[in-house]
Ligand binder design. Structure first.
Ligand SMILES: [Zn+2]
Length: 727
């Protein structure tokens, strides 16, 4: 995996340098500097309505031009261009001409495809990435003004359902539908009017790796709009599976949409995107859900049940937030949202609010006379970037001001600030791109959902790897600096009692050896080893190891493992066929397992190695030391952490390779492999080794040379939880 990634990234750099020559520089662009802010401006007018947060594709910062609907087809100069700001030469290019779009593009790195939903010039355009040449156009029967979300190589998106004749006269069943498209342009699933669903998907769908979350706007059918006698999922939150089966919906206030008594866009649409954070969802509405002049942000659980709501004053002249704005979520699960509210002295003021999952609300910043229509962006687990009209503020997570920048123009900001390789990019509604270097901000940190669409690939997926991290990691990969960290995970395997009793003295010897070399071991206990500890009165020994800096972790074999330990949340999956048959021993759920293991650790178990993680991942465990693929691999010796979700819980995975474990055959690494890895490790990579019962039983003599090698290279072995918490 790591080598593949390295090759891919190299390929990106080479091909981007090549591709750049194939595109035309935007000759109308002008370049300027205002204090610490560099900027690129294009000819513009009041029709200009650039809304999409940029994504990164290879060497390009990519975003489309767009104009207001009411301005017609030719609304502004350069209104039908897909722009690419080249990160190497600092020039703006026209990557594509002849289409316009409102929504963020989505880059499926694994399939080399970039998806662009357009409001003019087609429906959906797919590009080959990273060279950004057109692969194909996909006909959906209607245009789209929200972004796709990417799940398992499939792009999920919704179409528009406006009041215009193209959707309503006659009724076009392709308006207001959900659709799933693969990178070859094939439509895999679709759900729409014929299935009892018709809603304007101006809100971009998201996913958590398993389920999709959709927000919607007007459910217009023909002449009928705002007179909601039938529920077609308008102005709601909808949860579906990957085959577009509806699992739940949430529709606050009036049935379906609430129409406000003024002209123009006047429905209570969901704004931006529905943000999943692993334990629940954050949902912001652009307008009130009923006759009260109050707009809301809702906290929902994963079944779309309301947990709490946050109320804000509302006035017709101020939509509560942008159509492309939604809360973002820090590493601790707090949400940050931009809200525009009426103001006594000016027309409106922009607020930055912080919302906790247990329903507390704090106002972090207030900007008089300004809209707050841009998703806040989170940086370095310390800062929040808040963009208002012509201005970017950097604040601490408690709202203390850190930096304040004046942008290229006074225009609104509808896109979320982007961070890439320590540079901040802020795109304004009039098309001005601001570039801020030396702000002190590095990246997105460990935030659960740091920017609109989650990451710089625009995946809209919780836990998706952030493009920014892999790109930023490239330069130090020339080796010589050693890995960022190293760990030794010890699988104390599921065995019978007598065998554990035989091996226990060897484990004590191993731990003494580790202490001599100051190696901190991650001891993954299975139930059989825990049972031995309790019955043999050696709990104090285990607690002393923990107090000495070693980690007490979990090792679990679920029902699909040959040696099942008896605990699972999926008893139906227990195998009774052939040699997988386990001796009729269902012992309980994973909660029961964790209760059984609890006495082993005074600190609490926070990392694991296990099978069947999709059903059995335990609550409260944060880190997973495992294989990157289905089976053990030598390539997992060096890896970078991956954020994902198992069994509904956010998990950080880091990979490891078996050290001199004979039964792994070619998948086991040798001392020479470790030595080579220390030379080639990138500064962002971790060296991960696995020992198990076999290591101390058959290969004890091979352990000390490893510890010596690590010591000679000044590699400090830490526990999985220590390394991942500090990453
Ligand atoms: Zn095992």
């Amino acid at each position: 995996m790591r080598r593949l990634l390295f090759t891919l990234v190299l390929f990106f750099l080479l091909s981007a340098a090549q591709a750049q020559q194939d595109f035309t520089p935007t000759s109308e662009a002008s370049y300027g500097q205002n204090g610490d802010v560099r900027f690129v401006q294009i000819p513009t007018n009041d029709c200009m309505n650039v809304t999409a947060t940029p994504i990164i594709v290879g060497d390009w910062l990519v975003y489309p031009s767009h104009t207001r609907r009411e301005c017609g087809i030719d609304g502004a100069p350069l209104d039908k261009v897909l722009f690419g700001y080249n990160l190497t030469d600092g020039q703006l290019y026209n990557l594509y001409e002849g289409a316009k779009g409102e929504a963020v593009l989505a880059y499926d790195v694994a399939n080399g495809a970039v998806y662009w939903t357009v409001t003019f010039g087609g429906n959906l355009i797919v590009f080959d990435a990273p060279d950004m040449t057109e692969r194909m156009r996909v006909e959906l029967g209607s245009t789209a003004d929200s972004s796709p979300t990417l799940l398992n190589g499939v792009a999920y998106l919704g179409t528009i359902n406006g009041p215009s004749a193209s959707c309503q006269q006659p009724i076009n069943p392709d308006c207001g539908k959900m659709v799933a498209v693969d990178s070859g342009g094939q439509i895999l699933y679709s759900l729409g009017y014929d299935n009892g669903l018709r809603a304007w998907f101006g809100t971009s769908p998201t996913n958590d790796g398993t389920y999709l979350y959709w927000g919607s706007a007007a459910q217009t059918v023909g002449e009928k709009s705002g007179d909601e006698t039938e529920y077609l999922y308008g102005c709601s939150v909808i949860k579906t599976d990957a085959e577009l089966n509806i699992l739940a919906s949430f529709d606050p206030g009036e049935l379906a949409c609430h129409e406000l008594p003024f002209t123009g866009a006047n429905m209570d649409s969901v704004s931006g995107e529905v943000v999943p954070d692993g334990t629940g969802l954050w949902v912001q509405y652009v307008r009130p859900n009923d006759d009260e002049m109050t707009s809301y942000i809702y906290r929902l659980d994963l079944d779309l049940q309301e947990q709490c709501r946050f109320a804000f004053d509302f006035a017709p002249q101020t939509q509560a937030t942008g159509f492309y704005s939604a809360p973002t979520v820090d590493a601790a699960g707090n949400a940050y949202a931009a809200v525009s509210v009426p103001d006594d002295t000016a027309m409106r003021k922009g607020l930055l609010v912080k919302l906790s999952p247990n329903c507390e609300q704090t106002v972090l910043a207030e900007v008089a006379g300004s809209f707050a229509h841009s998703s806040p962006t989170l940086a370095d687990d310390q800062y929040v970037l808040f963009a208002t009209d012509g201005r970017l503020q950097i604040l601490t997570l408690d709202g203390a001001p850190v930096r304040d920048y004046t942008l290229a123009s006074t225009a609104r900001v509808l896109a979320s600030p982007v961070i890439h390789n320590g540079v901040i990019y802020v795109l304004q509604e009039d098309g001005a791109l601001n570039i801020i270097e030396n702000s002190g901000v590095q990246g997105y940190g460990n935030a659960i959902w740091p920017r609109y669409r989650h990451d710089n690939a625009g995946t809209g997926q919780l836990g998706a790897q952030r493009l920014d991290a892999s790109a930023a990691a490239l330069p130090p990969s020339d080796g010589g600096q050693g890995p960022k960290g190293a760990f030794v995970a010890f699988h104390l395997e599921v065995s019978r009692g007598p065998r554990v009793r035989t091996l226990w003295p060897l484990l004590e010897q191993f731990m003494a050896l580790a202490d001599r070399y100051n190696v901190k071991v991650t001891l993954q206990f299975s139930t059989t080893w825990a049972d031995y500890v309790y019955r043999s009165g050696v709990l104090e020994t285990v607690q002393a190891w923990e107090n000495n800096g070693h980690e007490i972790a979990l090792h679990h074999h679920g029902p699909t493992h040959k040696f099942f330990d008896g605990y699972t949340n999926a008893p139906d999956a227990i195998r009774t066929d052939g040699w997988y048959a386990t001796e009729g021993s269902y012992l309980g759920t994973i909660d029961n397992l964790m209760a059984f293991m609890a006495p082993l650790s005074q600190r609490g178990i926070t990392s694991a190695g296990m099978s069947d993680e999709e059903t059995d991942w335990p609550a409260g465990v944060l880190y997973f030391a495992t294989d990157s693929g289905e089976t053990p691999s030598r390539d997992d010796l060096l890896s970078t952490p991956v954020e994902t979700v198992h069994n509904g819980y956010p998990v950080v995975e880091i990979y490891n390779a078996g050290y001199e474990i004979a039964h792994l055959g070619d998948a086991a690494v040798t001392l020479a492999d470790v030595e080579a890895a220390l030379q080639m490790a990138g500064a962002d990579e971790y060296l991960g080794l696995v020992f198990n019962d076999e290591t101390i039983e058959s290969d004890f003599a091979l352990i000390e040379p490893l510890f010596q090698l690590l010591a000679q290279n000044n590699v400090q072995v830490e526990t999985v939880s220590t390394l991942m918490a500090a990453r």
